[in-house]
Design a protein around this ligand. Structure first.
Ligand SMILES: Nc1ncnc2c1ncn2[C@@H]1O[C@H](COP(=O)(O)OP(=O)(O)O)[C@@H](O)[C@H]1O
Ligand SMILES: Cc1ncsc1CCOP(=O)(O)O
Ligand SMILES: [Mg+2]
Length: 262
């Protein structure tokens, strides 16, 4: 696990272009900025080419799109592929809303993502595995999470992150698990969206996207875990503030000291 990539990221300060959702856009911008990347957002399809051109990675969040925004997402995904910029997709709630799954599957015929990051309900839906997703949350299912993540990665020919209490990262064959984290991530809406954009930031500084994805998961989960451990009885509001501080101030040595992965 290349935790030192965090120092590279902070040194290079890569621009990450995000199409975010209106719910968590502030978390995504500030999370990236605190960690050491440079976020930029846009809702205008006419500037898609320039936006991708100035960025070192792109993250497309499918959390709350309109039909107009779907056109923008498709254009940005196509341009990212043409310009060979790393492309990360966050397929929010595709397991809970049939329309979203249809839109996501259609978008995936227009461009190829390098990494897909979702919870169990979302990754199961993209892999066409039976699962009871609950809105934006993972929901419940009985399937094997590693097998589901691998099936999704093989089907879509990309790296897949199936996040949750344990993050599963796979390229379809190789599998790494990140065991760090805190249940407080679940009481803050936007944890997953932040992680997806941070995955893109690591893809900007590491061309092996399987490596970039697992490092992003470890860095984010370990920082959350440290923050939770540092303050007893931390609640949802304080956690989100402390998490921002942690993203900015945590060192690679501190992450290595608690890193738990297989
Ligand atoms: N119960 C948990 N314990 C530890 N970490 C968790 C837990 N649930 C989620 N996480 C962490 O929260 C982050 C967001 O993942 P997740 O909750 O799966 O995304 P989403 O918000 O899209 O559903 C990841 O870093 C994941 O490791
Ligand atoms: C609540 C909500 N509704 C549409 S997108 C969104 C945010 C999802 O954020 P996350 O997947 O990071 O919890
Ligand atoms: Mg999510």
């Amino acid at each position: 696990m290349k935790v030192d990539l965090l120092d590279t990221l902070r040194h290079q300060n890569p621009i990450v272009f995000n199409i975010s959702n209106f719910v968590t856009v502030q978390d995504v911008a500030n999370g990236l900025n605190a960690l050491g990347a440079s976020p930029i957002m846009s809702e205008e399809v006419a500037e898609a080419g320039e936006m991708v051109g100035l960025s070192s990675a792109v993250c497309l969040n499918l959390g709350a799109f309109t039909q107009t925004q779907v056109e923008q997402i498709r254009k940005v995904g196509e341009v990212a592929n043409q310009q060979h910029k790393p492309l990360v997709i966050d397929p929010v709630a595709v397991g809970a809303v049939a329309y979203r799954k249809m839109v996501a599957n259609n978008l995936l015929t227009h461009f190829h993502p390098d990494v897909i990051r979702g919870n169990a309900g979302e990754i199961a839906a993209l892999a066409d595995v039976d699962w009871q997703a609950k809105g934006i949350d993972a929901g419940e299912g009985t399937g094997d999470l590693v097998a589901i993540a691998q099936a999704c990665a093989q089907k879509l020919n990309c790296v897949v992150i199936l996040s949750g209490p344990t993050d599963v990262i796979t390229d379809g064959t190789r599998v790494v698990k990140v065991l760090n984290g805190t249940p407080l991530f679940q009481v803050h809406v936007g944890s997953g969206d932040m992680l997806s954009s941070i995955v893109a930031a690591f893809c900007a500084v590491e061309p092996d996207y399987f490596e970039a994805a697992q490092t992003a998961c470890l860095v984010f989960a370990a920082i959350g875990e440290r923050v939770a451990q540092a303050t007893p009885n931390l609640g949802a509001g304080s956690f989100s503030v402390q998490l921002m501080d942690g993203l900015q101030l945590t060192t690679t040595a501190q992450i290595n000291a608690i890193a738990a992965h297989q």
